[in-house]
Write a protein that binds this ligand. Sequence first.
Ligand code: NDP
Ligand code: HSE
Length: 318
Amino acid sequence: MKVKVSVFGFGTVGRALAEIIAEKRKVFGVELNVVSITDRSGTIWGDFDLLEAKEVKESTGKLSNIGEYEVYDFSPQELIEEVKPDILVDVSSWDDAHEMYSYALAEGISVVTSNKPPIANHYDELITLARENGVGIFFESTVMAGTPIIGLLRENLLGEEIVKMEAIVNASTTFILTRMENGKTFEEAMEEARTLGILEEDPSKDIDGIDAYYKAKILHWVSYGEQPEEEEREGIRNVKDARNVRLVAEISKGRISVAPRKLPDNSPLLVSEVENAALIKTENLTLTLKGPGGGGKVTASGVFTDIIKAALKFPSPR
Ligand code: NDP
Ligand code: HSE
C-alpha cells in the first residue's frame, strides 16, 4: 500500500523523522512516500530526495534553498487542498495548528502530531471530526516523546478506569533541576539544556510549567474524555534548593496540577537527565512507565509508529 505523507515542520523532530523514513520506507506492507515538507520558508512538493532536503535545511537553515525544486508559499488550507496527502504529520511548533488539522480531517486525511497545544486545547472537536470522517488522529509523542503512554491509555488500558496519575513529563526541567543539584546555577543549567534540542522554541513554556500543563491536559483528555474543571500550574523559577525536586504533574478525574515537589529518595519519579516517568493507578493495576522524554530520534520514533498506525487505520475509541 502506497501512502503519501506531508511533513509540516522541519526542526529537530522533523529531520530525525526524515532519517527514520529514509531508512524504513516500507514496513508492514506500507510504503511511505514523503510528498511535501514545510518550514517557515515555504513548502517543497514533488519528487525530492528526503535526505537532501534534510542536508539543505541543516546547512542553510531554510528549506527554500533547495535549488532545483519549486518552493510553494501555501497557506495551511492550500497545502491540504493542493498536495492532498493521505497523512498530515505535524512536527512544528505552531500553537494554532488545530485549524490545519480540521481542514485535513474534513478532507479524509489522517493527522499525526507531536505538537501539544492543538491536542490539549482542541481534543474533543478534533476527535469528533476524525470519527465523522472515518480517519484517525494520533499524538503519541505529545506526552513522554516516544515512550508510549498515550498508546497505553488509549489502547491497552481501554477497559480500566484510571484512578490517578503522577508523572514527570517535562524533560528540560528535570535536566535543569538535576544540573542544579550538582551545583550549577539555574542560568548555567539553562545554557546546557539549549544544546540538547529538548527546550521548546520559547523556553519559558518549559520553565513555567506550560509544556507540562499541556501534557497533563492531554493525559486528562485520553483518560476521562473531558477537560479538567480544576487546574493548577507552577513552574521551577522559584526553586532555590533543587535536591530531590522535580516538576510533578498530577492527573485525576476533573483535576490537573503541575508544580515542583520534593520527592523521597526512593520515589520512582526521581528521574534524572531527560528521563520521564509516570505512575498510573487504575482500578486493578498500579503501573510505572519510564523512558526518554525528549530528543529528536526518540520523539520521531513515536511519530513514525503513529504514521504506521494511521496508514493501517488503527481504531481510536478515545
Ligand atoms: P523545532 O523548534 O526544532 O522545529 C519546529 C519546526 O516548526 C521548525 O522547522 C519551524 O520552521 C516549524 N514551524 C513553526 N511554526 C511554523 C509555521 N507557522 N509554518 C511552518 N513551519 C513552522 O521543534 P522540535 O522539532 O524540537 O519539535 C517539534 C514539535 O514537537 C514541537 O511542537 C515540540 O513541542 C514537539 N516535541 C518536541 C520534542 C523534542 O524533544 N524536541 C519532544 C516531544 C514533542 P523553521 O525551521 O523555518 O523555523
Ligand atoms: N520541551 C519538552 C520537554 C520536549 O522538555 O519535555 C518534549 O516534549
